[in-house]
Ligand binder design. Structure first.
Ligand code: AMP
Length: 175
């Protein structure tokens, strides 16, 4: 199945000029969801991943599936005010303004082998913040996996320039 056709594109959402790649249509299609999860898991299968770390919110859905397929645990990276225990956090820049990702301080131990997962990589700002958080707690970051790449925005290249292994399943031109 061509997974690209399972993703719905909504022009000018959330603002003019953005082509929003809506992966909820893929999640709602059992065959497409299973194929996406299996293909995203495949490159990491023999790499002894201890933990899949998913980014709020669509990264939780793919990350949970990947954790099961890889025999790994799952750790959420969340927006401020969501995690109940003590956290470590990392600020990052958005196109307009700033945002922050939090992780429970005891969720990842030093030298655990982790895979960072999100639905889509655009500029890479969100994933870089996740990578910095994981480095701060001493994790061994095996790589990062995304369902969708927007290569024109350069995020995957930014991560590769930091010596990260990056795997993406499909890509769309433009923003
Ligand atoms: P970035 O930090 O620029 O790499 O943006 C990645 C985050 O923003 C991901 O969590 C995506 O879910 C979301 N995102 C950015 N651009 C789009 C887009 N065109 N369509 C859907 N989601 C997007």
């Amino acid at each position: 199945m061509d997974l690209k056709t399972a993703i719905r594109t909504i022009p000018d959402y959330p603002k003019p000029g953005i082509m929003f790649r809506d992966v909820t249509t893929l999640f709602g299609d059992a065959a497409a969801f299973e194929q996406a999860a299996r293909q995203m898991a495949a490159p990491w299968q023999s790499l002894s991943i201890d933990l899949v770390v998913g980014i709020e919110a669509r990264g939780f859905i793919l990350g949970g599936a990947l954790a099961l397929l890889l025999g790994a645990g799952f750790v959420p990276l969340r927006k401020p005010g969501k995690l109940p225990f003590e956290t470590v956090s990392e600020d990052y820049e958005l196109e307009y303004g700033m945002d922050t990702l939090h992780m429970h301080v005891d969720a990842v131990r030093a030298r655990q082998r982790v895979l960072l997962v999100d639905d889509l990589i655009a500029t890479g700002g969100t994933a870089m913040a996740g990578m910095h958080l994981l480095k701060r707690v001493g994790a061994e970051i095996v790589g990062a996996g995304f369902l969708v790449d927007l290569p024109d925005l350069g995020g995957a290249e930014r991560l590769r320039a930091e010596k990260m292994q990056v795997h993406t399943l499909l890509s769309f031109e433009g923003h």
